[in-house]
Design a protein around this ligand. Structure first.
Ligand SMILES: C[S@@+](CC[C@H](N)C(=O)[O-])C[C@H]1O[C@@H](n2cnc3c(N)ncnc32)[C@H](O)[C@@H]1O
Ligand SMILES: [Zn+2]
Length: 380
């Protein structure tokens, strides 16, 4: 197939891309979405530091579902720590772009280009990988089991999910079907979406006697993303089980709380509860890991690096807070009061001794250890 092409640079990579992808990436025979640069910027940083974290100086890595190769190329060029990058994509049309881009960036020596189905690649491979990237259209669940068969004992798995409507509860059945978990249509649906994804990866990991530790997880626009440190060991996997559970939510009084098992009756108003899960209940990020990313990204003064820094600072600030957050606009509307600024409500709660943080999930929301009753009181 002949396509009009154009040249761009992203990070340190020089790329040939279909010209159409600059205005309409979703209908292009070879996929490249310029709007995912932010995701790739964060991921390059996380790749570099995750390999440091597990003590790997030269990584054997997979850019699964690589399309024209931008991610793997950037990881190799900017991480400066790749021994071998396997680029895998089933699309015939992507192949000439991939070959050209690998060559243009002088990465032939460290690259292996595989035009095949990703599951088939994993099942036929005899290599164990330090790092696997799964960046699909929609849900990554179809590739998780085969990925866990090929991860090294200590390794890192990076997963994106773009089926956010399913994960965030707009479509309940596909979420149950693919993630084996109930989402929650609520003001904090995007946090539930991220926890459902991490929970699903963790439950798949357990089947293969792996434990996972989320190093970096975030939501943005139409996707959720997580980087997980994976460690093989039957007891480590057993120890991870308490991290999985449910979030119980009262539609009547908006009280919410986590639990290992689903609860039926609201302890605050006795109305029936809705439950989301099974999902990941523990921290979505590793604070030490975020500190390392922050230190690094602060050295870069570009506008894009500032956006990455802002995200990581928010993740760091909100990390230790309980599950869920309060959208002050939604809460004010439900309470029949006029909305107050995040700063005013936060100050009021802090004066009462509560802890409060802004959250990357929403600019009009707060995370706090105060109950919904206390937040409502602070809004009045
Ligand atoms: C979202 S795009 C990847 C984007 C790319 N990682 C980036 O950062 O620009 C998903 C890719 O998965 C490929 N794909 C879909 N199903 C596949 C499968 N079963 N095995 C291998 N590749 C597949 C598609 O051809 C497409 O290029
Ligand atoms: Zn209630």
């Amino acid at each position: 197939m002949t396509m009009k092409t154009t040249q761009i640079t992203e990070g340190l990579a020089s790329l040939t891309i279909p010209r159409q992808s600059l205005r309409d990436p979703f209908h292009c025979p070879v996929f490249f979405n310029p709007a995912m640069k932010f995701n790739r910027d964060v991921s390059v940083l996380a790749f570099k530091h995750s390999m440091k974290r597990i003590g790997v100086k030269k990584a054997v890595a997979v850019d699964g579902l690589c399309a024209l190769g931008v991610r793997g190329i950037r990881y190799a060029l900017e991480g400066k720590n790749v021994e071998k990058m396997f680029f895998v994509d089933a699309n015939d049309d992507a192949l000439p772009f991939l070959k050209k881009n690998v060559k243009a960036n002088k990465l032939e020596r460290v690259s292996s280009i595989e035009r095949t189905d990703l599951n088939r690649f994993f099942l036929n491979s005899e290599t164990f990988f330090d790092f696997i990237e799964i960046d699909p259209f929609g849900s990554p669940v179809f590739f998780l089991e085969s990925a866990f068969r090929r991860l090294k004992k200590t390794s890192v798995l990076s997963v994106t999910a773009t089926d956010l409507a399913n994960l965030a509860g707009a479509r309940m059945l596909p979420c149950i079907k693919h993630y084996d978990a109930r989402p929650l249509h609520s003001a904090y649906a995007h946090e539930i979406a991220l926890r459902v994804l991490v929970g699903r990866v963790a439950r798949t990991a357990m089947k293969f006697d792996f434990a996972v530790l989320p190093l970096l997880s975030f939501y943005r626009r139409h996707y959720v993303k997580t980087f997980l440190l994976c460690e093989k060991g039957a007891m480590k996997a057993d120890d991870m089980i308490p991290n999985i559970g449910f979030v119980n939510h009262c539609v009547h009084c908006l009280h919410r709380f986590p639990s290992r098992r689903q609860k039926e009756c609201c302890p605050s108003c006795r109305e029936p509860l809705e439950a989301a899960g099974p999902l990941w209940l523990s921290e979505l990020n590793d604070s030490k890991f975020l500190d390392a990313l922050l230190k690094d990204v602060r050295k870069d003064h570009s506008k894009d690096a500032k956006s990455v820094e802002k995200l990581i600072r928010l993740l760091r600030s909100e990390n230790a807070f309980p599950v869920s957050f309060f959208d002050l606009h939604v809460l004010a509307k439900k309470s029949g009061v006029s909305v107050r600024s995040v700063e005013r409500v936060s100050d009021q709660l802090k004066r009462k001794g509560f802890q409060v943080s802004r959250t990357h999930f929403s600019p009009t929301s707060i995370k706090t250890n105060a109950s919904v009753k206390e937040v409502r009181a602070a809004l009045r």
